[in-house]
Write a protein that binds this ligand. Structure first.
Ligand SMILES: Cc1cc2nc3c(=O)[nH]c(=O)nc-3n(C[C@H](O)[C@H](O)[C@H](O)COP(=O)(O)OP(=O)(O)OC[C@H]3O[C@@H](n4cnc5c(N)ncnc54)[C@H](O)[C@@H]3O)c2cc1C
Length: 411
């Protein structure tokens, strides 16, 4: 049994990469309550494999209470609706009021539509397990429709956004079509088209140009149509209108073009710049020294310039750092500025196809693919999820099949 915790009362909003890390780092040194609208943490980097039938949905979701077992950290399922600064309390939608000495905001990010008409109504986002299952169901249902008709009707799947999520998604869809769907019904699979649409001149713009080129080639080898310098003007139900006046037929449009700070921060009246909370280099929210923000929702620059990228390592490092800062403050020690250690980036395109960039080290192909597999398995939470993921991956690898092609979004 863990000892009854002592120390400052800390409420952490959001149990994602940043919030859960902070809660575990504070366990035993503070009285911590972690709040999330879900009772599980989502491993977002593998979500695209759920939407493309490579992984079962529950392998990317880890129960928060399980992660907190024996830590002494309390959990509340709910959403914050307001902060009372004079009493230092936060009210949840369950009407529960939590008192705090420190509040850590780790609410992550939400899909950004950049004001493009039709995105909300006619495209599918990729930020939650529910959305991933919806994408899978939509594609599989339309594939079943295609199997019923033997004419020239095509099913066009378009992924908008050429960053890592878009690239991984497009590659995984292409492999789904070439493998399992072809084995299911070849004449229908032959009529499925996968597009990736990117406004800029290259895929994976944050990687070296050579790796962007390699990614494009690898996707094209898988049969993906890569459209660069292509800006979306509007998304309609079965059509994407482009800014140059032309259009692309698209039955399923997946919007992976951008993210913004989770809108709840605005509802909590915290100071924002470009949808992310204004924070000092110490991670304290501007004007509120007892409130801290970490991860995707925190707007902190690497050198006082651009904001840090919305990636898991930033949230993990800030989660550990904010715990130390709170304890330093409690002990009357001076606070330190946060420094991000960039350990590199990677993206997978398909079987034996991936790109890795770690400082000056850049590589692609089979070694990059194994590095990607190992790292994702390492960071995935929970033994059950690791074993389940390994089982799914091994099955997929050996059989060229994908066992999670279920349509499970309706009765
Ligand atoms: C599809 C996808 C793929 C990605 N792939 C990679 C990758 O390969 N590598 C990488 O480094 N990064 C990747 N990222 C980015 C990475 O997942 C994020 O940077 C990271 O999750 C940020 O951590 P966080 O703690 O700030 O937010 P999150 O991990 O998103 O956690 C936020 C938490 O807050 C909760 N929450 C939000 N709003 C509310 C509310 N109103 N009430 C209660 N709870 C709320 C959410 O349920 C969630 O649990 C990916 C992101 C996505 C969407």
């Amino acid at each position: 049994m863990p000892k009854e915790p002592t120390g400052p009362r800390v409420v952490i909003l959001g149990a994602g990469f940043g919030g859960l890390t902070a809660a575990k780092a504070l366990a035993g040194s503070a009285r911590v309550t972690l709040v999330d609208r879900h009772n599980f943490q989502t491993f977002l980097p593998l979500l695209y494999q759920v939407s493309t039938a490579g992984l079962a949905a529950d392998h990317v979701a880890h129960p928060i209470r399980g992660a907190l077992r024996n830590t002494g950290v309390a959990f509340r399922m709910g959403s914050p609706i307001s902060i009372n600064h004079s009493n230092k309390t936060v009210e949840l939608d369950s009407k529960e009021i939590l008192e705090f000495d420190h509040l850590v905001v780790a609410l992550g990010s939400a899909t950004a539509d950049f004001g493009v008409p039709g995105v909300r109504e006619n495209s599918l986002g990729m930020k939650s397990v529910h959305e991933a299952i919806t994408i899978r169901a939509d594609v599989m249902r339309r594939f079943e429709d295609l199997c019923r008709i033997e004419d020239k009707t095509v099913l066009s799947i378009s992924v908008v956004g050429g960053g890592p999520t878009g690239v991984e998604m497009a590659g995984a869809f292409a492999e789904l079509v070439r493998g399992p769907l072809k084995n299911d019904e070849a004449q229908a699979a032959a009529r499925v088209i996968v597009n990736i649409i990117e406004a800029g001149p290259r895929l994976l713009p944050s990687f070296a140009e050579r790796l962007s080129e390699r990614t494009k080639r690898d996707l094209e080898k898988l049969g993906v149509t890569v459209k660069l310098n292509t800006s979306v003007a509007e998304v309609q139900a079965t059509l994407i209108k482009l800014k140059d006046g032309t259009s692309i037929p698209s039955d399923v449009t997946i919007w992976a073009a951008g993210v913004q700070g989770e809108p709840t921060a605005a509802r909590l009246n915290l100071p924002l710049t470009k949808s992310r909370i204004d924070v000092e280099p110490t991670l304290q929210v501007k004007s509120y020294p007892y409130i801290w923000a970490i991860g995707d929702i925190a707007g902190i620059g690497s050198h006082g310039e651009d904001f840090l990228p919305m990636v898991a390592p930033v949230a993990l490092q800030q989660g550990r750092f904010v715990a130390q800062q709170l304890l330093r403050m409690h002990q009357g020690l001076p606070l330190l500025p946060f420094k991000y250690r960039d350990k590199g980036s990677m993206a997978t395109i398909g079987r034996h196809k991936a790109v890795v960039e770690v400082k000056n080290l850049k590589f692609a192909g089979v070694p990059a693919w194994y590095a990607w597999l190992f790292l994702h398995l390492f960071y995935l939470l929970g033994g059950r999820n690791k074993i389940g993921t390994m089982a799914d991956w091994t099955w997929n690898y050996l059989t060229f099949d994908r066992g999670n092609r279920h349509i499970m979004d309706s009765v």
